[in-house]
Design a protein around this ligand. Structure first.
Ligand code: NI
Length: 189
């Protein structure tokens, strides 16, 4: 068990295409997953991908607390090996995202509102789920990491991108209504 160092934007490991995991039950994979979960919980974050801890492998972990997904009651700790994501409709929605690889920052990102995802768990069993809203957002964010995509690369309007501290300050000063633009719980993933 170890808390791993998290790569920040600019590190080449975040820009590459991660490799498929050939043996999900290999001891090295099991150890990596244990450390990824520990690192995510310590950060804290709602999700983490292997490239973010300097390992270019197709593994993501996530756990959505109930208070981030009140409609669906959260998502228990999930490990996905070699995940695949398929949108189930064309509908997309903007929402605030943060990322452990861009500490202190947030921005609004368009994501599919309903997806199906598949992958293997650490026992090598297939997982298949339909996800909506925040759950779907987290999975899309994490799986993007496996293809070298960070959330700012998905943004269509960079005016909502910045340091949470500055955006929160600006909101306090202007007392505007758009508190969502700097949701303090723009959870890192
Ligand atoms: Ni991220």
């Amino acid at each position: 068990m170890a808390i791993l160092k998290i790569a920040r934007i600019g590190h080449p490991v975040l820009a590459g295409i991660a490799q498929r995991v050939e043996d999900p039950m290999a001891p090295a994979v099991r150890g990596l997953i244990t450390d990824m979960v520990e690192t995510m919980l310590d950060a804290p974050g709602v999700g983490l991908s292997a490239p973010q801890v300097h390992v270019p492998a197709r593994i993501v972990v996530f756990e959505v607390p109930e208070n981030h997904d009140t409609e669906n009651g959260g998502v228990p700790l999930t490990v996905l090996i070699n995940p695949e994501v398929e949108p189930l409709s064309e509908e997309m929605e903007e929402g605030v995202e943060g990322c452990l690889s861009l500490p202190g920052m947030a921005g609004r990102v368009l994501r599919y509102t309903k997806i199906r995802y598949r992958g293997l768990n650490p026992a090598g069993d297939a997982i298949e789920r339909v996800a909506e809203d925040y759950h779907a957002r987290v999975v899309q964010h994490e799986c993007d990491h496996l293809d070298g995509i960070l959330y700012p690369m998905r943004m269509t309007d960079l005016t909502s991108f910045g340091y949470i501290e500055e955006m929160t300050k600006a909101l306090d000063e202007n007392a505007v209504d758009e508190a969502e633009a700097a949701e303090p719980e723009a959870a890192d993933a």
